[in-house]
Design a protein around this ligand. Structure first.
Ligand code: MF3
Ligand code: CO
Length: 251
């Protein structure tokens, strides 16, 4: 069952999203060579709590930290630590989850550290553009895999590896709800999108192979060929006449 959110629930998710966006913008400012992922975690945890939220990922299925910080060949679920210090030319995906009055917001973005290669620049750009291609299809009457297909079709000409082992998802009271939102596949499959549904769309795109593995810490997902990977995610509300991107800055 895909839950349809009430106006109250949507408002709680909007509040969670505001906190998330503020946190993301603060982190964007401090991502620089010399900064550890541990420091980014500390700052994010502090900001989220100061704004009245809770970090959704902390203790989620045993996850030990408040954000995911995934550098270069780490695809997702990089665990912040003191030893991972950013250097010029790195890329870092920051995945943030915020809970407000029991409702979640979830969003990820990949940032450059100083100057990065042309290859990495294009990977970041295409990953974000693919997310927006998917978002365009997140409208009432479309089916879930219309999103999936749009993402895959956009990425394909670049020859990048689209990660299949992890997917987007519904969200609300739980961080992960139905439906699953794949980043590949044929169009016109799966549930029909209806107003009041809230979903996270999150392509994970690798410069090389699509294949990934999980390190022995049980969390860190890396590319099998250790080439770089990017991640972009927004939380979307399906509305009567289209959608609202909940996890972007509002005027
Ligand atoms: N943002 C991730 C997702 O969309 C969740 C991170 S997993 C956690 O699935 F354990 F760190 F919470
Ligand atoms: Co997510």
């Amino acid at each position: 069952m895909i839950s349809i959110k009430s106006e109250y629930e949507i408002n709680m998710m909007r509040e969670a999203s505001k906190i998330l966006v503020e946190t993301r913008e603060a982190l964007r400012e401090i991502i620089k060579p010399g900064v550890s992922t541990e420091l980014l975690n500390q700052r994010a945890d502090e900001i989220i709590r100061n704004l009245g939220g809770n970090p959704s990922f902390k203790d989620y299925e045993g996850y030990p930290k408040s954000i995911c910080a995934s550098v270069n060949h780490v695809v997702i679920h990089g665990i912040p630590n003191k030893k991972t210090v950013l250097k010029e030319g790195d890329i870092i995906s920051i995945d943030l989850g915020v809970t407000y009055k029991g409702y979640h917001a979830d969003s990820a973005a990949t940032f450059p550290v100083g100057n990065i290669s042309k290859e990495k620049t294009q990977l970041l750009k295409v990953t974000e553009e693919a997310l927006y291609k998917g978002i365009e299809k997140a409208i009432p009457g479309n089916r879930v895999s219309d999103i999936s297909h749009a993402i895959e079709s956009y990425i394909k000409p670049y020859g990048y590896g689209i990660v299949e082992a992890f997917t987007g998802h519904g969200i609300g009271r739980d961080l992960h709800e139905e439906p699953q939102v794949l980043n590949y596949g044929p169009p016109n499959q799966g549930p029909v999108l209806r107003p009041g549904m809230t979903i996270c769309i999150e392509p994970m795109v690798n410069l090389g192979t699509k294949h990934v593995k999980v390190l022995s810490d049980g969390w860190t997902v890396v590319t099998e060929d250790r080439q770089p990977s990017a991640h972009a995610e927004h939380m979307i509300l399906i509305t009567e006449d289209g959608h609202e991107i909940m996890t972007t800055k509002k005027e």
